[in-house]
Write a protein that binds this ligand. Sequence first.
Ligand code: C2E
Ligand code: MG
Ligand code: MG
Ligand code: MG
Length: 281
Amino acid sequence: RAKSAGSGLYARYDPQMHSGLVEKLQLAADLRRALDNGDELQLHYQPTVELRTGDIVGFEALVRWRHPVRGMIPPADFIGLAESTGLIRPLGQWVLAEACRRAVEWGGDKPLTMAVNVSGRQFDQPDLPQVVASVLAETGLPADRLCLEMTESVLMTDTEENLAVLLSLKEIGVRLAIDDFGTGYSSLAYLRRFPVDTLKIDRSFVERLGGTTPDAALARTIVQLGQSLGMATVAEGIEQYAQFLALRRMGCDLGQGYYFARPLPAEEAVALLRDPAAVAA
Ligand code: C2E
Ligand code: MG
Ligand code: MG
Ligand code: MG
């Protein structure tokens, strides 16, 4: 939108704004091309570790974009663009299919869970359950080995429509997790209504478990909330031994974070799976 000048009679040309828009359009065109052909898009996989045993029980798929000119673009810099241009639909389908293929390839008789992030915009598509069901059928991944991660906003906006979609997904048998839990505004009443299996404790609460003035109250409250609602708890962003220990003592079930492993390219993730001694816990 052009900024209007003092009098309000004419709009002033703003080269900064113009280049921002052109850049966005260019990036959207690049993303469309990346989705159509080539291997610019990749998934990295971060292990999920059972805190009690140190076992890898699954992975979270995290998308990466190796742009031929700009280099590595983190998801924070293009998921929003994908959402506003409608490209989130093909992107989301590609991520889902690729992650499910890997889960089948790596699982063997180990019941590995593959977690996939699903944007709020993808819930606007009433056919999301059909898309998920057909990816499961094509890849042969058992439904209960797929976990879809969504943020609290999915529960709080378009509530009735999204509830229907989530119930259909539960009928298919996939697991559902709330990502970054504790940062949004979902009420306890809402949480009860939705068929959620797992709470992922946001990194900001895990951060407070380390440092010189640790504060465990919030992380403990979320673990207890999960326990009393019959949901599993996963702590995000564990970077230190002290955080790992504190969460394990609280009874938090699972964890992820640089302390165990960073998100890894597929070949490195499977190597870690074959040599679990490489995991810090
Ligand atoms: P998220 O789902 O909460 O993923 C966790 C983020 O924290 C990832 O960033 C991961 O690399 C980072 N992380 C993991 N362990 C640690 C740690 O110990 N310390 C710190 N400081 N960070 C850690 P990433 O990969 O940049 O992804 C950012 C966000 O982008 C994700 O947050 C998710 O919301 C979104 N995203 C990623 N992949 C996808 C995708 O395929 N589809 C959609 N819709 N969103 C995605
Ligand atoms: Mg996530
Ligand atoms: Mg998260
Ligand atoms: Mg997060």
